[in-house]
Design a protein around this ligand. Structure first.
Ligand SMILES: *Cc1c(COP(=O)(O)O)cnc(C)c1O
Length: 426
């Protein structure tokens, strides 16, 4: 998290004090570091250079236009899961020809839009979808480039809600079925199978699940080619984990070490769909303490960010580091280990103003006593944060700021009350 660091007890994003950003743009506020995004983007390009990677940033993790534009300008491709996301690619100046279209429930309209835009390929998740893409393409007088999403039946050992590569998952096709579907696809003139796709889950912190999956993929690609499919893309999906606590995730190079040789043995180009690993630690959520209160032994820190701003703790019981933006004297920068005792702290539930018991950012979290008005940083909030934000309790969604060095750019203004009722009629 070095692009978010403390200098003299003050949290900085790159070269700007986060407290100044909160002053200027208000809270709750998402703050992103451009350098953090680009460091990971470049690390991926370097680690996988031997297989000429096309990085298709999985924008469902964070689809702010300012971020997409910044990545598109550097040659990034995109992984989209809806017509709306494809619309964002185009709006941000991205290249549909470097865009892969995934998702189990593509509608006819979305398929048509993607064909007209000229996406690189569709990741096909079922036999019926394959037939439907063929039909829509044929009616449009086009040939749809596709990759079969194969389910390699590996256990990524992650949270059950974000595991996608096991047999019982709704995503993809098991290997036998995929091969049968591929066999029947050979004769369909409006399809060309140029790739093979897998995506086994998210927040995967070890390399073993990938090692098992990519080996199976090599075998599948060989079989697809024997059938006559011109497979030239090996798409390994996304899922690389990040450090939410200390150093739980393996570095990118470790994933490359198991993936590159397998892809190389097929002669394919590598496509990959990193989402969380690019955006997660490139963003924080800044909030302001409204009240503190005690109820029996329990201490509550009530602050102005809520589950509608960041739902991950409520949805997945996920852990985010939380620490004051201005560290009270005598306390360290955020400790690596929140489990041990930290001098000068007590356990606090960090909660928001929403009327739900599930509205919390952390429970029993070691924090110093803070005054009303103090600023808090919730770290690792750049992925699956703002994209899942809602207007629950008729709360305007937060603003987003993209920092580059000493420059901060508002890439999404805070919603107004008028924004909140705009679509409704009396
Ligand atoms: C969600 C998703 C990704 C991105 O996953 P991360 O864990 O954020 O890297 C990539 N590919 C597909 C098909 C997805 O559904």
């Amino acid at each position: 998290m070095d692009h978010f660091h403390y200098r003299g007890g003050q949290l900085y994003c790159e070269d700007l004090p986060v407290a100044d950003l909160a002053e200027q743009f208000g809270t709750p506020l998402y703050v992103y570091s451009q350098a953090a995004f680009l460091d990971t983007f470049n690390a991926l390009r370097t680690a996988f250079a031997a297989v000429d990677p096309l990085i298709c940033y999985a924008m469902k993790a964070n689809s702010n236009l300012g971020i997409l534009k910044m990545l598109a300008e550097r040659g990034s491709g995109f992984d989209v899961v809806s017509g709306g996301e494809l619309y964002r690619v185009v709006a941000a100046g991205g290249d549909p020809g470097k865009t892969v279209f995934a998702g189990v429930g593509k509608t006819d309209e979305e398929i048509e839009e993607a064909l007209v835009a000229g996406v690189l390929m569709f990741n096909v998740e079922s036999e019926e979808e394959l037939e439907n893409i063929a039909r829509v393409a044929s009616q449009a007088g086009k040939v749809a480039p596709i990759a079969l999403r194969v389910n390699p039946d590996v256990d990524p050992k992650t949270h059950r809600y974000i595991s996608t590569g096991k047999k019982e998952s709704k995503f993809g096709m098991d290997i036998d079925r995929a091969l049968r579907v591929a066999e029947s696809a050979v004769k369909i003139p409006s399809l060309t199978m140029i790739g093979m796709h897998m995506h086994i889950g998210s927040q995967i912190t070890t390399v073993e699940p990938y090692a098992g999956a990519v080996a199976k993929g090599v075998d599948i690609i060989e079989k697809l080619r024997k059938m006559g499919h011109p497979v030239r893309w090996y798409n390994v999906g996304g899922g690389f984990g990040i450090d939410y606590k200390a150093h739980e995730a393996k570095p990118i190079q470790a994933f490359a070490d198991v993936i590159v040789p397998a892809v190389q043995s097929t002669g394919c180009r590598l496509a990959m769909e990193p989402g969380r690993v690019m955006s997660g630690n490139a963003g924080i959520l800044v909030s302001r303490v409204l009240y503190t209160k005690q109820s029996g032994e329990k201490r509550f820190l009530i602050q102005d960010a809520a589950m509608n701003d960041l739902i991950r703790p409520a949805l997945y019981e996920s852990f985010h580091k939380i620490w004051p933006v201005s560290v009270p004297s005598g306390l360290p920068a955020p400790p690596d280990d929140f489990e041990g005792a930290i001098a000068g702290t007590d356990p606090w539930d960090v909660v928001g103003p929403v009327c739900e018991s599930g509205d919390f950012l952390a429970k029993d979290r070691a924090l110093p006593r803070l005054e009303r008005g103090a600023l808090l940083a919730t770290f690792s909030a750049g992925a699956y944060g703002m994209v899942m934000a809602s207007n629950y309790n008729t709360r305007p969604r937060a603003a987003e700021v993209l920092v580059e060095g000493t420059n901060a750019r508002l890439v999404r203004r805070r919603e107004t009350y008028d924004d909140l009722i705009l679509q409704e009629r009396l």
